[in-house]
Design a protein around this ligand. Structure first.
Ligand code: ZN
Ligand code: ZN
Length: 413
Protein backbone atom coordinates (compact mmCIF):
# COMPACT_ATOMS: atom_id res chain seq x y z
CA UNK A 1 0.00 0.00 0.00
CA UNK A 2 1.29 3.43 -0.84
CA UNK A 3 0.21 6.46 1.15
CA UNK A 4 0.41 9.78 -0.69
CA UNK A 5 2.92 12.12 0.88
CA UNK A 6 0.85 14.99 2.23
CA UNK A 7 3.23 15.51 5.15
CA UNK A 8 5.68 18.00 3.61
CA UNK A 9 3.66 20.82 5.19
CA UNK A 10 3.38 19.23 8.64
CA UNK A 11 6.36 21.07 10.14
CA UNK A 12 4.96 24.39 8.93
CA UNK A 13 1.65 23.85 10.75
CA UNK A 14 2.98 22.40 14.01
CA UNK A 15 3.35 25.78 15.71
CA UNK A 16 -0.35 26.40 15.07
CA UNK A 17 -1.13 22.97 16.52
CA UNK A 18 1.09 23.51 19.57
CA UNK A 19 -0.63 26.83 20.34
CA UNK A 20 -4.01 25.19 19.81
CA UNK A 21 -3.09 22.34 22.18
CA UNK A 22 -1.87 24.70 24.89
CA UNK A 23 -4.98 26.87 24.55
CA UNK A 24 -7.24 23.82 24.91
CA UNK A 25 -5.16 22.59 27.85
CA UNK A 26 -5.52 25.94 29.60
CA UNK A 27 -9.28 25.93 29.14
CA UNK A 28 -10.58 22.43 29.96
CA UNK A 29 -14.33 21.90 30.19
CA UNK A 30 -16.29 19.11 31.87
CA UNK A 31 -18.34 16.54 29.98
CA UNK A 32 -21.33 18.03 28.08
CA UNK A 33 -20.16 21.56 28.98
CA UNK A 34 -17.53 21.87 26.23
CA UNK A 35 -18.91 25.15 24.86
CA UNK A 36 -15.70 27.14 24.41
CA UNK A 37 -13.94 24.02 23.14
CA UNK A 38 -16.69 23.37 20.57
CA UNK A 39 -16.59 26.99 19.38
CA UNK A 40 -12.82 26.82 18.91
CA UNK A 41 -13.11 23.56 16.96
CA UNK A 42 -15.93 24.99 14.80
CA UNK A 43 -13.94 28.06 13.85
CA UNK A 44 -10.73 26.10 13.12
CA UNK A 45 -12.59 23.49 11.04
CA UNK A 46 -14.42 26.15 9.05
CA UNK A 47 -11.12 27.95 8.44
CA UNK A 48 -9.60 24.74 7.13
CA UNK A 49 -12.49 24.38 4.67
CA UNK A 50 -14.74 21.73 6.23
CA UNK A 51 -18.54 22.09 6.22
CA UNK A 52 -19.31 22.31 9.94
CA UNK A 53 -22.34 21.21 11.96
CA UNK A 54 -23.15 21.09 15.67
CA UNK A 55 -24.61 17.71 16.59
CA UNK A 56 -25.55 16.56 20.08
CA UNK A 57 -25.10 19.82 21.97
CA UNK A 58 -21.35 20.38 22.10
CA UNK A 59 -20.49 17.83 19.43
CA UNK A 60 -18.92 19.21 16.24
CA UNK A 61 -18.69 17.46 12.87
CA UNK A 62 -16.79 18.68 9.83
CA UNK A 63 -17.25 17.14 6.38
CA UNK A 64 -14.83 17.60 3.48
CA UNK A 65 -16.13 16.22 0.19
CA UNK A 66 -13.40 15.68 -2.38
CA UNK A 67 -14.69 13.65 -5.29
CA UNK A 68 -15.62 10.00 -5.54
CA UNK A 69 -14.27 7.32 -3.27
CA UNK A 70 -14.52 6.07 0.25
CA UNK A 71 -15.99 7.99 3.18
CA UNK A 72 -13.79 7.97 6.27
CA UNK A 73 -14.81 9.12 9.74
CA UNK A 74 -12.07 10.17 12.19
CA UNK A 75 -13.11 10.86 15.77
CA UNK A 76 -11.61 12.80 18.67
CA UNK A 77 -13.15 13.17 22.12
CA UNK A 78 -13.05 16.65 23.62
CA UNK A 79 -14.03 16.66 27.33
CA UNK A 80 -11.91 17.16 30.45
CA UNK A 81 -12.13 15.77 33.99
CA UNK A 82 -12.92 17.05 37.50
CA UNK A 83 -9.23 16.91 38.49
CA UNK A 84 -7.08 19.71 39.94
CA UNK A 85 -3.97 19.97 37.78
CA UNK A 86 -0.62 19.47 39.47
CA UNK A 87 1.79 19.32 36.52
CA UNK A 88 3.47 22.70 37.04
CA UNK A 89 3.33 23.29 33.28
CA UNK A 90 3.29 26.92 32.16
CA UNK A 91 0.14 26.14 30.19
CA UNK A 92 -1.65 24.51 33.15
CA UNK A 93 -5.43 24.63 33.49
CA UNK A 94 -6.93 28.01 34.29
CA UNK A 95 -10.26 26.42 35.26
CA UNK A 96 -10.22 25.49 38.95
CA UNK A 97 -10.76 21.80 39.58
CA UNK A 98 -10.97 20.91 35.88
CA UNK A 99 -8.15 19.43 33.85
CA UNK A 100 -7.47 17.76 30.53
CA UNK A 101 -6.11 14.80 32.49
CA UNK A 102 -6.95 12.22 29.82
CA UNK A 103 -5.29 13.92 26.84
CA UNK A 104 -8.46 14.70 24.90
CA UNK A 105 -6.95 18.13 24.15
CA UNK A 106 -4.19 16.25 22.32
CA UNK A 107 -6.81 14.24 20.41
CA UNK A 108 -8.48 17.48 19.24
CA UNK A 109 -5.21 19.12 18.17
CA UNK A 110 -4.15 15.97 16.28
CA UNK A 111 -7.42 15.56 14.40
CA UNK A 112 -7.57 19.24 13.45
CA UNK A 113 -3.98 18.91 12.23
CA UNK A 114 -4.87 15.86 10.13
CA UNK A 115 -7.90 17.70 8.73
CA UNK A 116 -5.67 20.62 7.73
CA UNK A 117 -3.22 18.29 5.96
CA UNK A 118 -6.06 16.58 4.08
CA UNK A 119 -7.64 19.91 3.13
CA UNK A 120 -4.38 21.36 1.83
CA UNK A 121 -3.53 18.32 -0.27
CA UNK A 122 -6.82 17.45 -1.92
CA UNK A 123 -5.00 16.60 -5.13
CA UNK A 124 -3.47 13.59 -3.36
CA UNK A 125 -6.68 11.78 -2.42
CA UNK A 126 -10.29 11.30 -3.35
CA UNK A 127 -13.43 10.67 -1.31
CA UNK A 128 -15.05 12.21 1.75
CA UNK A 129 -13.47 12.89 5.12
CA UNK A 130 -15.54 13.36 8.26
CA UNK A 131 -13.82 14.87 11.31
CA UNK A 132 -16.02 14.14 14.31
CA UNK A 133 -15.40 15.84 17.66
CA UNK A 134 -17.32 14.04 20.36
CA UNK A 135 -18.25 15.53 23.74
CA UNK A 136 -18.73 13.74 27.07
CA UNK A 137 -16.62 10.63 26.57
CA UNK A 138 -15.80 10.45 30.28
CA UNK A 139 -19.48 10.10 31.20
CA UNK A 140 -20.26 7.72 28.32
CA UNK A 141 -22.99 10.15 27.23
CA UNK A 142 -21.52 12.07 24.29
CA UNK A 143 -21.57 9.53 21.47
CA UNK A 144 -25.15 8.63 22.33
CA UNK A 145 -26.10 12.33 22.45
CA UNK A 146 -24.78 12.79 18.90
CA UNK A 147 -26.65 9.70 17.70
CA UNK A 148 -29.86 10.83 19.43
CA UNK A 149 -29.50 14.18 17.64
CA UNK A 150 -29.59 12.46 14.26
CA UNK A 151 -25.89 11.92 13.51
CA UNK A 152 -26.56 9.09 11.05
CA UNK A 153 -28.92 11.23 8.98
CA UNK A 154 -26.81 14.40 9.11
CA UNK A 155 -23.50 13.12 7.71
CA UNK A 156 -22.65 10.65 4.93
CA UNK A 157 -22.42 7.00 6.00
CA UNK A 158 -18.73 6.22 6.59
CA UNK A 159 -17.13 3.10 5.11
CA UNK A 160 -14.72 3.01 8.01
CA UNK A 161 -14.20 4.85 11.31
CA UNK A 162 -11.12 5.61 13.41
CA UNK A 163 -10.38 6.66 16.96
CA UNK A 164 -7.16 7.01 18.95
CA UNK A 165 -5.99 7.66 22.50
CA UNK A 166 -2.77 8.95 24.03
CA UNK A 167 -1.38 6.49 26.55
CA UNK A 168 1.64 6.53 28.85
CA UNK A 169 3.85 4.47 26.59
CA UNK A 170 6.93 5.77 24.76
CA UNK A 171 6.20 8.96 22.85
CA UNK A 172 5.89 8.31 19.15
CA UNK A 173 5.11 4.62 19.59
CA UNK A 174 1.85 3.46 18.04
CA UNK A 175 -0.08 0.47 19.38
CA UNK A 176 -2.66 -1.46 17.40
CA UNK A 177 -4.56 -4.69 17.92
CA UNK A 178 -7.33 -6.71 16.28
CA UNK A 179 -10.41 -7.56 18.32
CA UNK A 180 -11.10 -6.13 21.77
CA UNK A 181 -8.85 -3.15 22.58
CA UNK A 182 -10.88 -1.54 25.39
CA UNK A 183 -13.28 -3.30 27.73
CA UNK A 184 -17.00 -2.88 28.05
CA UNK A 185 -17.65 -1.03 31.32
CA UNK A 186 -20.83 -1.06 33.35
CA UNK A 187 -21.65 0.60 36.64
CA UNK A 188 -24.48 -0.75 38.76
CA UNK A 189 -26.24 0.52 41.88
CA UNK A 190 -27.93 -2.21 43.89
CA UNK A 191 -30.32 -1.35 46.72
CA UNK A 192 -31.35 -4.16 49.08
CA UNK A 193 -33.99 -3.80 51.76
CA UNK A 194 -34.15 -4.98 55.35
CA UNK A 195 -36.33 -4.06 58.29
CA UNK A 196 -34.94 -1.37 60.56
CA UNK A 197 -34.85 -1.80 64.33
CA UNK A 198 -33.11 -0.68 67.51
CA UNK A 199 -29.58 -2.02 67.63
CA UNK A 200 -30.36 -3.74 70.94
CA UNK A 201 -33.29 -5.67 69.42
CA UNK A 202 -31.91 -7.50 66.36
CA UNK A 203 -34.72 -10.08 66.55
CA UNK A 204 -37.09 -7.34 65.31
CA UNK A 205 -34.97 -6.62 62.24
CA UNK A 206 -33.97 -7.96 58.88
CA UNK A 207 -30.41 -6.68 58.97
CA UNK A 208 -29.40 -5.21 55.57
CA UNK A 209 -25.77 -4.80 56.72
CA UNK A 210 -25.42 -8.56 57.15
CA UNK A 211 -27.35 -9.10 53.92
CA UNK A 212 -25.07 -6.72 51.99
CA UNK A 213 -21.95 -8.32 53.47
CA UNK A 214 -23.17 -11.73 52.37
CA UNK A 215 -23.84 -10.40 48.86
CA UNK A 216 -20.37 -8.80 48.67
CA UNK A 217 -18.71 -12.13 49.48
CA UNK A 218 -20.93 -14.19 47.19
CA UNK A 219 -20.36 -11.81 44.24
CA UNK A 220 -16.64 -12.70 44.42
CA UNK A 221 -17.52 -16.17 43.16
CA UNK A 222 -18.77 -14.92 39.78
CA UNK A 223 -15.31 -14.32 38.35
CA UNK A 224 -13.53 -16.99 40.43
CA UNK A 225 -16.07 -19.83 40.00
CA UNK A 226 -18.32 -19.08 37.01
CA UNK A 227 -16.03 -17.52 34.37
CA UNK A 228 -13.73 -19.91 32.52
CA UNK A 229 -10.11 -19.53 33.68
CA UNK A 230 -8.18 -17.38 31.22
CA UNK A 231 -11.21 -15.35 30.21
CA UNK A 232 -11.23 -11.71 31.26
CA UNK A 233 -13.77 -10.23 33.65
CA UNK A 234 -13.69 -7.76 36.52
CA UNK A 235 -16.40 -7.36 39.16
CA UNK A 236 -15.46 -4.63 41.63
CA UNK A 237 -17.64 -3.48 44.51
CA UNK A 238 -16.49 0.11 44.85
CA UNK A 239 -18.88 1.19 47.58
CA UNK A 240 -20.96 -0.46 50.28
CA UNK A 241 -23.14 1.95 52.20
CA UNK A 242 -25.61 1.35 55.01
CA UNK A 243 -26.58 2.83 58.31
CA UNK A 244 -25.85 5.96 60.32
CA UNK A 245 -25.21 4.96 63.93
CA UNK A 246 -23.91 2.02 65.96
CA UNK A 247 -27.21 1.31 67.73
CA UNK A 248 -29.54 1.52 64.74
CA UNK A 249 -30.13 -1.37 62.35
CA UNK A 250 -30.91 0.42 59.07
CA UNK A 251 -33.64 -0.57 56.64
CA UNK A 252 -31.58 -0.68 53.46
CA UNK A 253 -28.07 -1.01 52.05
CA UNK A 254 -26.58 0.21 48.80
CA UNK A 255 -23.79 -1.37 46.77
CA UNK A 256 -22.00 0.28 43.82
CA UNK A 257 -20.42 -2.15 41.37
CA UNK A 258 -18.15 -1.78 38.36
CA UNK A 259 -17.90 -4.48 35.68
CA UNK A 260 -15.32 -4.84 32.88
CA UNK A 261 -15.52 -7.44 30.12
CA UNK A 262 -14.23 -8.08 26.58
CA UNK A 263 -17.02 -10.40 25.54
CA UNK A 264 -20.74 -9.71 25.27
CA UNK A 265 -21.63 -13.26 26.33
CA UNK A 266 -19.50 -12.96 29.49
CA UNK A 267 -20.98 -9.52 30.18
CA UNK A 268 -24.53 -10.88 29.98
CA UNK A 269 -23.56 -13.89 32.11
CA UNK A 270 -22.17 -11.61 34.85
CA UNK A 271 -25.25 -9.38 34.85
CA UNK A 272 -27.53 -12.41 35.17
CA UNK A 273 -25.35 -13.89 37.92
CA UNK A 274 -25.41 -10.65 39.90
CA UNK A 275 -29.21 -10.55 39.74
CA UNK A 276 -29.45 -14.22 40.71
CA UNK A 277 -27.08 -13.88 43.67
CA UNK A 278 -28.63 -10.67 44.98
CA UNK A 279 -32.18 -12.02 44.72
CA UNK A 280 -31.10 -15.31 46.30
CA UNK A 281 -29.39 -13.63 49.24
CA UNK A 282 -32.38 -11.34 49.74
CA UNK A 283 -34.71 -14.35 49.82
CA UNK A 284 -32.41 -16.13 52.28
CA UNK A 285 -32.38 -13.07 54.55
CA UNK A 286 -36.16 -12.69 54.43
CA UNK A 287 -35.87 -9.26 52.82
CA UNK A 288 -39.30 -7.57 52.86
CA UNK A 289 -38.94 -5.87 49.46
CA UNK A 290 -37.43 -6.81 46.11
CA UNK A 291 -33.92 -5.50 45.46
CA UNK A 292 -33.44 -2.72 42.90
CA UNK A 293 -30.85 -2.68 40.12
CA UNK A 294 -29.88 0.53 38.36
CA UNK A 295 -27.28 0.38 35.59
CA UNK A 296 -25.46 3.64 34.71
CA UNK A 297 -22.25 4.92 33.04
CA UNK A 298 -22.36 2.06 30.56
CA UNK A 299 -19.49 1.87 28.07
CA UNK A 300 -19.70 -0.47 25.08
CA UNK A 301 -16.93 -2.84 24.07
CA UNK A 302 -14.31 -1.40 21.69
CA UNK A 303 -13.73 -4.33 19.35
CA UNK A 304 -11.44 -3.59 16.40
CA UNK A 305 -12.39 -5.07 13.03
CA UNK A 306 -9.56 -7.40 12.04
CA UNK A 307 -9.35 -6.32 8.36
CA UNK A 308 -9.51 -2.62 9.21
CA UNK A 309 -6.86 -3.00 11.89
CA UNK A 310 -4.59 -4.92 9.50
CA UNK A 311 -4.88 -2.26 6.79
CA UNK A 312 -4.22 0.59 9.20
CA UNK A 313 -1.34 -1.24 10.94
CA UNK A 314 0.30 -1.88 7.55
CA UNK A 315 -0.08 1.78 6.60
CA UNK A 316 1.40 2.92 9.95
CA UNK A 317 4.37 0.54 9.57
CA UNK A 318 5.02 1.79 6.03
CA UNK A 319 4.82 5.42 7.14
CA UNK A 320 6.57 5.42 10.53
CA UNK A 321 8.75 2.30 10.19
CA UNK A 322 7.78 -1.10 11.54
CA UNK A 323 9.75 -0.53 14.75
CA UNK A 324 7.43 2.34 15.77
CA UNK A 325 4.27 0.23 15.52
CA UNK A 326 3.60 -2.62 17.90
CA UNK A 327 0.82 -4.91 18.98
CA UNK A 328 -0.87 -3.62 22.13
CA UNK A 329 -2.55 -5.82 24.70
CA UNK A 330 -6.17 -4.84 25.37
CA UNK A 331 -6.67 -2.16 28.00
CA UNK A 332 -9.15 -2.62 30.85
CA UNK A 333 -10.24 1.02 30.41
CA UNK A 334 -13.42 1.80 28.45
CA UNK A 335 -14.65 4.22 25.78
CA UNK A 336 -17.93 5.13 24.11
CA UNK A 337 -16.28 5.65 20.67
CA UNK A 338 -17.69 2.41 19.23
CA UNK A 339 -21.27 3.67 19.55
CA UNK A 340 -20.58 5.98 16.59
CA UNK A 341 -19.46 3.34 14.03
CA UNK A 342 -21.99 0.89 15.47
CA UNK A 343 -24.79 3.41 14.77
CA UNK A 344 -23.76 3.40 11.09
CA UNK A 345 -22.95 -0.33 10.97
CA UNK A 346 -19.38 0.61 10.04
CA UNK A 347 -16.16 -1.32 10.85
CA UNK A 348 -13.57 0.54 12.88
CA UNK A 349 -10.07 0.60 14.29
CA UNK A 350 -8.90 2.27 17.48
CA UNK A 351 -5.22 2.59 18.33
CA UNK A 352 -2.96 4.16 20.94
CA UNK A 353 -0.22 6.78 20.67
CA UNK A 354 2.51 6.97 23.31
CA UNK A 355 3.17 10.32 25.02
CA UNK A 356 6.08 9.82 27.47
CA UNK A 357 9.54 11.15 26.45
CA UNK A 358 11.77 8.26 25.38
CA UNK A 359 14.46 8.84 28.05
CA UNK A 360 11.87 9.02 30.86
CA UNK A 361 10.03 5.97 29.59
CA UNK A 362 13.12 3.82 29.04
CA UNK A 363 14.50 4.72 32.46
CA UNK A 364 11.23 3.64 34.11
CA UNK A 365 11.12 0.44 32.05
CA UNK A 366 14.68 -0.44 33.10
CA UNK A 367 13.83 0.25 36.73
CA UNK A 368 10.51 -1.61 36.46
CA UNK A 369 8.67 1.46 37.75
CA UNK A 370 6.48 2.53 34.81
CA UNK A 371 3.23 2.28 36.75
CA UNK A 372 4.75 4.05 39.79
CA UNK A 373 6.87 6.79 38.18
CA UNK A 374 4.85 7.81 35.14
CA UNK A 375 1.56 9.57 35.94
CA UNK A 376 -1.10 7.88 33.84
CA UNK A 377 -4.29 9.22 32.30
CA UNK A 378 -6.62 10.76 34.92
CA UNK A 379 -3.71 11.64 37.22
CA UNK A 380 -3.35 15.33 38.26
CA UNK A 381 0.26 14.99 37.04
CA UNK A 382 -0.59 13.54 33.58
CA UNK A 383 1.52 15.57 31.16
CA UNK A 384 1.92 14.30 27.60
CA UNK A 385 5.10 15.43 25.83
CA UNK A 386 3.84 17.75 23.08
CA UNK A 387 6.70 16.66 20.84
CA UNK A 388 6.64 14.25 19.18
CA UNK A 389 3.17 13.15 20.39
CA UNK A 390 1.33 15.89 18.52
CA UNK A 391 3.08 15.24 15.21
CA UNK A 392 2.68 11.47 15.51
CA UNK A 393 -1.00 11.62 16.51
CA UNK A 394 -1.66 13.97 13.59
CA UNK A 395 0.02 11.59 11.16
CA UNK A 396 -1.77 8.50 12.52
CA UNK A 397 -5.15 10.09 11.85
CA UNK A 398 -4.09 11.25 8.38
CA UNK A 399 -2.35 7.99 7.42
CA UNK A 400 -5.31 5.85 8.52
CA UNK A 401 -7.69 8.06 6.51
CA UNK A 402 -5.43 7.92 3.46
CA UNK A 403 -5.26 4.12 3.69
CA UNK A 404 -8.87 4.33 2.45
CA UNK A 405 -8.95 7.67 0.62
CA UNK A 406 -5.91 7.24 -1.57
CA UNK A 407 -6.71 6.52 -5.21
CA UNK A 408 -5.80 3.04 -6.45
CA UNK A 409 -2.09 3.00 -7.20
CA UNK A 410 -1.56 5.38 -4.33
CA UNK A 411 0.53 8.01 -6.11
CA UNK A 412 -2.14 10.72 -6.24
CA UNK A 413 -3.87 12.02 -9.33
ZN1 ZN B 1 -10.40 9.31 30.47
ZN1 ZN C 1 -9.75 9.50 27.48
Amino acid sequence: MSIPDIFATLDAQLDWQRDLYKDLHRHPELSSEENRTAERIESELAGIGYAVQRIGGTGVVGVLENGTGATVLSRADIDALPVTEDTGLDYSSENDGVMHACGHDMHIACLLGAAKLLAEHQDAWSGTHIALFQPAEETAAGAQAMIDDGLVTKVPKPDVAFGQHVMTTEAGAVGTTAGPVLSAGDSLKITVYGRGAHGSMPHNSVDPVVLAASIVLRLQTIVSREIEPGHFAVVTIGASNAGTKSNIIPDRAELLLNLRTYDEGIRTHIMESIARIVRGECATAGSPKDPEFEYYDQFPLTDNDADTNARVTEAFAAHFGADRVSHTAPYTASEDFSRVPDAFGTPYAYWTVGCVPTDVYQKAVTAGTVSKDIPANHSPCFAPAIDPTLAVGTQTQAVAALAYLAPAGGAGR
